[in-house]
Design a protein around this ligand. Sequence first.
Ligand code: AHG
Ligand code: MN
Ligand code: MN
Length: 341
Amino acid sequence: MTESHVVTLERHIIEAERSHPEATGAFSNILHSITLAAKIISREVNKAGLVDVLGATGDTNIQGESVQKLDLYAQDVIYNAMDHSGHLCCMVSEESEDILPIPEAFPKGEYVLVFDPLDGSSNIDVNASIGTIFAIHRKVSDGEDGTLEDCLQAGCQQLAAGYVLYGSSTMLVYTSGAGVHGFTLDPSIGEFLLSHRNIRIPDPGARLYSINEAYYPRWSVGQQRLMQHFKGLGDDSEPSFSSRYIGSLVADFHRTLLKGGIFMYPADSKNPNGKLRLLYEAAPMAMICEQAGGKASNGIGSILDLVPEGLHQRTPLYVGSAPLVELAESYLAENQAEMGA
Ligand code: AHG
Ligand code: MN
Ligand code: MN
């Protein structure tokens, strides 16, 4: 890319808004604030170990998980970057049990931001890739302040979804319903520059599966049979698959988006709804994947059709190349049929 032809995220959004005359500029303002937060978090992530953001706070969050210092740092950075914009009526964070209201001092707006401030917390201290996940919904209630009704909306109602990957480079990938676009942070100028225009999940994609195989004993028979198929062990075996698992959804998803394959976090006997959260992990990734030509399922049907009953509701997640997600659904349906027999 010659320097004179850089496309910044701002330019990309402005050009996209020109094709939506009804756009009010709110979305570009919200996304601009998210990029500011991403740059600040990226700076801390890239010097973690030199500043006091490693390790746990000693607290346990609503998820029952040990809160990492960077989890809370990232939440605070995002909240403070967004709370005064005048475009949000409330926010939802993985790290906060209840809705995060907009401070009285600031005007409220027509949108809801849901986010996982720091995804892949178990990888923070070992310098493996981590991320931030976000999605934007339109307010549906009448009042000024955001309510549960505004937050508990199906993924198909998302106006936009995206993630930031703090990896070998810091990337922001987002969709607002007109394709998926990736921007790489150039720290020397502090700008996210368009590096991946209109990402499409490859078809046929790489023969890669991504799953935490330690939980095999807890999976359903259908899930176990699916894995035997991928490993070439079943009678209808699928040869030449390889396995990749980083343990950060954002990193495992990003590889799946760029190379193809399937990421799975199934239900198991200990976690009947799996581990990942519907509102701010599965649904944003589902919108991105389907906008890129892939598919996202809870093993039975589309993630995007699921209406959350709680802010932190969990869901099984199968996401990636459509043929592989459909294969997974067929194995799980077979299992259901047998169980029902
Ligand atoms: P978070 O750090 O936001 O709690 O998310 C962690 C999630 C997700 O990033 C990843 O796919 C999954 O946890 C890994 O879970 P296991 O360690 O059970 O494999
Ligand atoms: Mn997460
Ligand atoms: Mn998290």
